[in-house]
Design a protein around this ligand. Structure first.
Ligand code: PLP
Ligand code: SF4
Length: 432
C-alpha cells in the first residue's frame, strides 16, 4: 500500500489501513460508484453541467471502480490516463451511432438455454455471473453487466449445466460473465464440481479481470479450491502495461504457480492502447509474467463504444509490427468478433504474395520476398480420416464452412447464402 492508496482508504473509510486495503471484500464494499465520490478521490471538481451529463451516463451504464484500480490513475494527467479512460464514464457513451447494436454478437440468438452461448461446435460460453468489480467502459456486455434483472440464479446455472451434460459435443466450457471470480468461492466450487463431473468436458476455462482490477481477490483459499479442477485455463484482461503493478503481478504469480495456463485478452481501445509501442510493451510484460497474449479484440459495435473504436487498419499495423519483430510467444491473434454472431475472425497482414502450381511466393516481416518450392511428390492424406474413432464418436465434428468444401467425404461444391434473391427465386420455382 503506497501513500496515495492510504489516503484513498482514509477518505473512503476513516480508520481503514493496509489490512482493509488488502481485503477484497473491503475493496468491493468501498467501490467508487458515484461521480461525486470519484471527484473526491481524485481531488477534482467537475462543472455542474459536466457532472449532470456524467450522472446521466451512469444511470444508463453503471459506474463502479475498486479503490485499488482508482489508485492507479495519474491524478495530474487523469484525462489522458489509460486506467481513467477504461473506468470512468464519458458523455460520448450516450451517443448511439447508426451502426451500434444492443447485442452485436447476437449472443441471445445462439443461446439454447439462458446463460449459455453455444456458437462453436465443441465449446460453450457460460455466463455464470453478472457482476464485475470494475465496470469497464468498453465492455461489450455493458447493457447487461450490473443489471440486477439479469443475475443468473442457481436454477439458471443448473439448467446450463444440464445443457452441457446433454450435449456431448461440448468438450470445452468457458465460464464468463460478469466475472466468475466475484462468485463466492464455495458457489464457484459447486459449479466447477458439476461441470468437471461431466465425462465429455475435457477442459474448463475461466475469464476474469480480477487480477487487474481487484488483485486481492486471488486469495490462497481461492487458488487452493481452483487447483482441484485441472485442467483449468485462466484468461485475464490486461489492456495497458501500467496495469501490471506489484499487486497484479503477485496475483498472476499465484495463479501461474498453481499451474493454470494463463492467457490474456485485450481490447484495442482508442486512446488507451492503440499504439505499436504500448501493445508491444504490454505483450512483453505479459510474457514476463507467464501470461500468453491470446487475443486482441477489435472493439465491437455495442452501443456506447463508438469513442473507443479504431479502424481495423490500426490493428493490422500493430500485428505487422509484432509478427517476426518479437518472440512468437508475445504475438496475440487479432480478431474481429463478427457482428451478427459469426464468431471471431482472425485478421492478419498478408504474407502470401502469389502462388503457382509448384511455388509459393511469400514476404517476411523485413520485406524479404522469398519462394517456397512445393514438394514434387506428395502422398495425399484424406482430409477426414479418423485418428481415434472412439473420441471422434463422442465429439463428432462434421465439417462445416470452407472445411466442408475441402473435405474429401463431403460432396458439397459451394457454400451459398440462403437469403439472396437468386436462391429465393429458385425456391419459388420449386426447383430447389
Ligand atoms: C470467444 C468465444 C468462445 C471461445 O473461443 P475460442 O476461440 O475457443 O477462445 C466460445 N464461445 C463464444 C460465444 C465466444 O464468444
Ligand atoms: S470485466 Fe469483462 S465483463 Fe466485466 S465489465 Fe469488464 S469487460 Fe465487461
Amino acid at each position: 500500500m503506497n501513500k496515495y492508496q492510504a489516503s484513498i482508504a482514509q477518505l473512503l473509510d476513516a480508520g481503514a489501513g493496509a489490512d482493509q486495503w488488502a481485503d477484497w471484500h473491503w475493496q468491493l464494499r468501498h467501490s467508487i460508484d458515484t461521480v461525486e465520490l470519484f471527484e473526491k478521490v481524485l481531488g477534482i471538481t467537475f462543472s455542474d453541467a459536466a457532472r449532470s451529463i456524467l450522472e446521466k451516463t451512469v444511470e444508463r451504464f453503471p459506474l463502479s471502480i475498486t479503490p485499488y484500480y482508482a489508485s492507479l490513475i495519474d491524478r495530474e494527467h487523469y484525462k489522458e490516463d489509460p486506467v481513467f479512460k477504461q473506468a470512468f464514464p464519458m458523455p460520448q457513451e450516450l451517443r448511439v451511432q447508426e451502426y451500434d447494436m444492443e447485442d452485436p454478437l447476437t449472443e441471445d440468438a445462439d443461446s439454447p438455454v439462458p446463460g449459455i452461448t453455444h456458437r462453436y461446435p465443441d465449446r460453450v460460453l457460460f455466463h455464470v455471473s453478472n457482476v464485475c468489480s470494475m465496470y469497464c467502459r468498453h465492455c461489450t456486455r455493458k447493457r447487461k453487466v450490473g443489471d440486477v434483472d439479469s443475475i443468473p440464479t442457481k436454477e439458471v446455472l443448473r439448467r446450463g449445466v444440464e445443457y452441457i451434460r446433454s450435449t456431448p459435443a461440448v468438450r470445452d466450457v468457458l465460464l464468463s460473465g460478469g466475472d466468475p471470480f466475484l462468485l463466492h468461492t464455495e458457489y464457484l466450487q459447486w459449479l466447477l464440481d458439476e461441470i468437471s463431473a461431466i465425462p465429455h468436458v475435457e477442459i474448463i476455462r475461466i475469464g476474469t479481470r480480477t487480477p487487474v482490477v481487484l488483485p486481492s481477490r486471488v486469495t490462497d483459499e481461492l487458488v487452493d479450491m481452483l487447483r482441484q479442477y485441472h485442467p483449468l485455463w485462466i484468461n485475464v484482461h490486461f489492456n495497458h502495461p501500467k496495469e501490471m503493478t506489484a499487486e497484479a503481478a503477485a496475483a498472476v504469480a499465484k495463479l501461474a504457480d498453481a499451474g493454470f495456463p494463463l492467457g490474456n485478452q485485450s481490447v484495442l481501445l482508442a486512446g488507451v492502447n492503440d499504439s505499436v509501442a504500448v501493445m508491444r510493451r504490454l505483450c512483453h510484460i505479459l510474457v514476463q509474467h507467464r501470461i500468453r497474449p491470446y487475443y486482441v479484440y477489435q472493439c465491437d459495435l455495442s452501443e456506447g463504444l463508438a469513442h473507443f473504436r479504431t479502424p481495423v487498419g490500426k490493428g493490422i499495423e500493430i500485428m505487422e509490427s509484432l509478427i517476426g519483430h518479437t518472440s512468437g510467444l508475445c504475438v496475440p491473434t487479432y480478431v474481429i468478433d463478427a457482428p451478427g454472431g459469426g464468431g471471431k475472425i482472425p485478421v492478419l497482414p498478408n504474407y502470401i504474395l502469389s502462388w503457382s502450381s509448384n511455388k509459393v511466393v511469400l514476404r517476411n516481416y523485413e520485406g524479404v520476398i522469398t519462394t517456397y518450392q512445393e514438394p514434387e511428390r506428395y502422398q495425399v492424406t484424406r482430409s477426414d480420416e479418423p485418428w481415434d474413432e472412439a473420441v471422434d464418436k463422442v465429439h463428432e465434428m462434421t465439417p462445416i464452412g470452407v472445411e466442408k468444401l475441402l473435405s474429401d467425404e463431403d460432396e458439397a461444391i459451394s457454400l451459398v447464402p440462403e437469403n439472396t434473391d437468386r436462391i429465393g427465386r429458385r425456391n419459388g420455382n420449386g426447383q430447389d
